[in-house]
Ligand binder design. Sequence first.
Ligand code: PMV
Length: 310
Amino acid sequence: MTRRRVSRGCGKLILFGEHSVVYGVPALVASLPMGATAWVRESSENMLILRDGRDDTIHFRTSPDDSGTPVERSASALFSAFTSDACHEVEVTLDIPIGAGLGSSAAFATAAARALSDFIPGSPSPDPRVLEAVEASEAIFHGDASGIDARAAMGKGVFRFVRDQEEEPRAIATKRSIYIAVCEAGPPCQTSVMVERVRALHKRQPQVGESLNRLVGDIVFQAQRAFEDGDTQMLGELADVNHGALVAMGVSTPELDHACHLARAAGARGAKLTGSGGGGCCFAIAERDSIANVMEVWDRHGLRPLQTVL
Ligand code: PMV
């Protein structure tokens, strides 16, 4: 019955290529050092608890139910992947904002699945059920998801992701540390709603949709080279252009645009929204000596910044 600290799942930052990645365009993604930590113990019934570690509140406490709410169905997907004679209580604590485009759902599912795999005797190592369970949970929250969050949650560093690619993505190294500030520019929107909005644009304007995807593909290609070279100037410029493409896709908001403008005015090399948009987070690329300025400006505007180094 002892409670054990078992596992982590990483949050993620889509650096370049969100939305276009759904159509097969590559994306550049970073696993974040922050994310989710899971504890597991035997219990009288299966129970999944999500705690928001930033204000120490219980976000939900739920038992699995196949026909219930998305959270109950996610719990069901997780527990049914790890059959066991015993029941378990899994408690997951998140240290990234929930549902804001930083991959909180995949981080939480990965931490929970790894914890169950680790706790249940006789589990293989590595355990293929972990990724399967996380992908099943992500499909519930994200609809037609590309799988990008599930990969990043495993902790891959910075990597190129292509939808439906069989081989494991490889970490990409940079010659120089890249300083990134992230902020929450507004309440999050559901990923599936934003993915559907882009799909509707592609239906109405197939050639425009294709042109935007080609542009984003070029941006991702250049961005990978700029990242490898540690060229923050180029990365910043490409972030600005990628943000423009996302505006054209209809997934930005005045709050996200404003947060990007604030960062650029505070000395960032460039800024863009990250994830599905419609609210949620954006990030800025800055030099070591200007990152504090960007953080300070966002903080002054109540945008809850956090910092990471790639
Ligand atoms: O749910 P988010 O904000 O992490 O965004 C997911 C990225 C999308 O490209 C918008 C959707 C997907 O499945 O790749």
